[in-house]
Structure formats: C-alpha cells, structure tokens
Design a protein around this ligand. Sequence first.
Ligand SMILES: NC(=O)C1=CN([C@@H]2O[C@H](COP(=O)(O)OP(=O)(O)OC[C@H]3O[C@@H](n4cnc5c(N)ncnc54)[C@H](OP(=O)(O)O)[C@@H]3O)[C@@H](O)[C@H]2O)C=CC1
Ligand SMILES: O=C(O)CCC(=O)C(=O)O
Length: 492
Amino acid sequence: MLKSVRLVRRVGIGRRCMSTAAGLNGDMTFLDGVDKFFDDAAAKLPIENGILETIKSCNSVVQLSFPLRRDDGSIEMIEAYRAQHSHIRLPCKGGIRFADSVSQDEVEALAALMTFKCAVVDVPFGGGKGGIKFNKRDYSAREVENITRRYTVELIKRNTIGPAVDVPAPDYGTGPKEMAWIKDTYQQMKPDDIDGIGCVTGKPVTQGGIRGREGATGLGVYFGIRKLFSNEDLLKKVHLSSGIKGKTFIIQGLGNVGYWAAKHIQASGGKVVGIAERDGGVVNSNGLDVEDIRSYFVGNNGLLKGYTKGEFVTDSGELLQSECDVLVPAALEGVIRSDNARKIKAKIIAEAANGPVTYEADEYLTKKGVLILPDLLLNAGGVTVSYFEWVKNLGRLRFGRMTRRFDEEAMTSVCDVLEDVGMKVTESHRAKLQVGADEEKLVVSGLEDTMMDASQTMYNVAKENGVSLRIAAYMMAVRRIASDYGYSGIFP
Ligand SMILES: NC(=O)C1=CN([C@@H]2O[C@H](COP(=O)(O)OP(=O)(O)OC[C@H]3O[C@@H](n4cnc5c(N)ncnc54)[C@H](OP(=O)(O)O)[C@@H]3O)[C@@H](O)[C@H]2O)C=CC1
Ligand SMILES: O=C(O)CCC(=O)C(=O)O
C-alpha cells in the first residue's frame, strides 16, 4: 500500500516547498548552488525577470514512499522521488539514481541541471531526475528488482513516466538492467501504448536500446576534454601545451562514466596516474592500465584494495588533492568544496559527475585560475545518445538499417568510375571508402558532432562575455529556453 504521496508544485524563485537538505560541509546545498550559478548567468542576460523565474523554478516533484517485503519477511518503507524541472519541452528527461544520498534537494538540483544541459547540447527535452534512497549493496537482486518495478508503477499511477511525458535513464547506481525492468513494467501495465518502448532509455540493445549508449557519457567527456586540448587560448591560461598525449589525469569513480572516460583518455595517450574509488585509491606515476584495473575492480566486488599494479591509498579523498594536469570527478556532487578547494593542485577540473564542485569552491578555483569544464556540457553525452535512442524507439528502425549497404555500394560505384576515368584506386583506398555507417558509427558521429559544436559555442560565449565556461554554459541554456518562451508565451 502507498503510505504517503506528496505532489509539490514549485511556483517561483525562493518559494521552495520543502527543501530540507543540509549544506555541503558548510557550503550551500546542491540546489542552492545550482540556483546561484543560474542567477549569475541570468544577471548577464537582457531577459525579463518573470521569464527567468519561470525557467529557474522546478515545475513539479513527486515524493513517494512504498513498502518492500524484504527477503527475511519484514516490511521496509522505501523513499523515492521524481522531479520534473521543466515542461517547456516534453518529455522530461533525466536519469534515476539509487543511492543513500537521495533527497528532494538532490533530485531537484539534478533535474534543473538536466534542463540546462539539454539546452546546451540542443536536445529537445525538459529536465527531470528521479532517485530512490537506498544502497543497492544492502539488498538482494530480487529486492532491487521489486523496488525498481514498484517505483515504476508509482510513476505510472501519476502519469509521471511515458514516452511523451517523462523518460528516465541510467544515473548513479543504475544501468541497463534496471532500465529493462522499468521498460518491462511499463509495457505490462500499458500494453496499449504503441510507443511504450520509448518510456525509458539506456536499455540493453536487445530490449530496444541503442548501440553506444552505455559508454556515451564517458565518450562525451573524452570528446569535451579533447576539444579543450585543442584550444590554445585556454590552455595558455593553465600553462599546458595542446594535445592529450602525455598529460596526467586523476579519475574519481570507476563506474560507468569514470571507466569509459578513462578508457578513451588512455587510448589517446593520456596518462591515468590515479583512480579514486569509495574504498580507497590507486596511484602509479607511470600510468595505470584502465582495462586491467577495471576488471580487477569488477571482479573484486567494486573494491580497489588489493590491486598490485600501483600504490593503494586508503583515503581516496587525498587523490583529489594530488598533482595532475586534469582531475576528473566522476562520482557524486559536492566532492570539491571550500574545505578542500585550496588543496587542489590540478590545472583543469573536468566535471564528468553532476555538480562535483560547489558554488563556493567554483568561485575560489576560478579566481585562482583553475579551468573548470562544466558538467552542463561535459557529461551531456549520455542524454544526447538517450535522445537518439528515444528517436529510434519512436521510429521503430535501427539507424543505418536502410542506408549502410546502399552507401557501401554507392562508394563502390564511385571507385569504379574513378578507375574508368584512369585514376588508380588501391585496395586500401577502396577499404577506406567502401564503408556504410552502422548504428554505432552513426551514434558516435552524432555524439562527437554535438559535443564539438556545443563546446565551441560555449568557448565563444565565454570569450565574448568575459565569463567562466560554466557561466557561459548557463548563459547558452537560459538564452535558448527563454527563446522558447518567447515563441510559446505563458499559458494560458
Ligand atoms: N550514467 C550516466 O549516463 C550519467 C551519469 N552522470 C553523472 O556521473 C556521475 C557518476 O555516474 P555513474 O558513473 O553512472 O555512476 P556509477 O554508479 O556507475 O559509478 C559511480 C562510481 O563512483 C564511486 N564512488 C562513490 N562515491 C565515491 C567517492 N566518494 N570517491 C570515489 N568514488 C566514489 C561508486 O562507488 P559505489 O558503487 O561504492 O558507490 C561507483 O563505483 C554521477 O554524478 C551521475 O549523475 C552524468 C550524466 C550521465
Ligand atoms: O540519458 C539521459 O536521459 C539522462 C542522463 C542523466 O541523468 C544526466 O545527464 O545526468
């Protein structure tokens, strides 16, 4: 039985109905920090105050609690949320987090980041985010499945999930398996929704997922970092030469995002000299082998302790403060705060996680000259490829299915014609040209194009306005959303 349900409608700046979150070790709460970044960007834009208030406010938050029958026969109440920050574009979009840290403040902040992130990469969704407050490790597989399915049912009952209204995806603590349960539950309950398969993204490929989504966020992080390493102007400010090759990286979190980002960084010649996980970190100034450490970590129940190809450091927080060119936080928000910002030695912080740097730490580090690649841009690869998955689901057609062979044959004809007119086309030329793009190639290409384009616009906005990259990203987002309101007006 449903114990309590609260539907909270947020209607204006500062009129938060029940923000109970404590600040982050003395810094403001996650949500207050996001609001403050928004205000700083908004102050630079000639946009009517009422529109700014409309953009900033969270449209709705569902708070749920539902019972779980534990394996030992006892009943436990589970607390969960889904925030829909913006309905200006539908569906709402954003992941579902399974973590002890989940709170209303957290999901609202994350949902707001989703709205702005989607606008930065021009993905036509409003922001949403869900969370269930529990640690998966303390529950059996059956219990986790039941929690996921019951949560989905509670969302269905409130019309808070569906391909047209709100489409969840993976986030911290969730992945393809949970997304498959959500999809299956939705389709069991709504068999007449012809687009039901698009009710969630990040599904396994066999369940309507898209090739490339699992590694998309980390690949997008890599693309964003690579783009920065081609920007001589910005690199000059942090006294670094161009190119990733030989640069040193420390990664926090070897989960989905951290692993894929580290893998691509290493493949392009970057040196991963430290990896920090919850139980401790491993350092090696000659560079760690990402694939090797990840397979150890996965096989060792998510623990790094015992890994022998580097020095183990018990306090993984120490790694954030170690010497490196680029620090990549890829775990949770608020890990760089005023109480440790002064000790950060990295020249660049690449925000793979959402909100890893608090407002206060951002202010301090930016003044000090540390370059921060903001979450709004840097981890947008996930939602970009989720968008491709949703389009695929609604279109019911795998990208490349109707074009791959056609393109290959067209290029074969081009090679034949070149030879007919007397040009020499070698076998290696043919091998290069006669490729039709399959789904994965198209996804990677679309993702790369999106990240390059959005990065360049962000750099331009930062330069034109003399602001940090983060404020530039917020400015891009606010301008685009305000322009939507300019056309749609305020209903009714
Ligand atoms: N998945 C996605 O597509 C996207 C994720 N993000 C953001 O990226 C971040 C990471 O998400 P994701 O990779 O999916 O999550 P995962 O759950 O896959 O991985 C996170 C990893 O970080 C570890 N971790 C937790 N706390 C710490 C800590 N204090 N120090 C070091 N490591 C820690 C976790 O350990 P443990 O399991 O023990 O907690 C886990 O191994 C989140 O902020 C998320 O919102 C952003 C865009 C998209
Ligand atoms: O893939 C998505 O739809 C959302 C990913 C996400 O939760 C995020 O970008 O923070």
